[in-house]
Write a protein of this length. Structure first.
Length: 91
């Protein structure tokens, strides 16, 4: 199963980092129709063909996602959009 694994450093205070992760999730929801829920400092997201999470740590975050057969064709655009939004929110 094709997957996405992105690590991104940040220097934001926890509350700002969490808000930025939520903004990333909102972008994913708008663009790809994913549903999102927080579990501690992990934001889980899912929709048909995609399931993943964003783990928030003090100096970094990690986005992991598993893509189903049909969504695998969109791995490049999905990964590019995640990286773009992370750069925008955390740089």
């Amino acid at each position: 199963m094709p997957s996405i694994d992105i690590r991104h450093a940040h220097s934001l205070p926890h509350a700002q980092a969490r808000k930025a992760v939520q903004e990333v999730a909102d972008k994913l929801a708008d663009r790809f129709g994913v549903a999102c829920d927080w579990d501690g400092d992990t934001l889980k997201f899912a929709r048909s063909g995609v399931d993943g999470k964003i783990d928030l740590a003090p100096k970094s975050l990690r986005v992991t996602a598993n893509l189903g057969f049909l969504m695998a064709a969109f791995k490049g655009p999905i990964e590019a959009e995640i990286r773009r939004v992370l750069d925008e929110r955390f740089s």
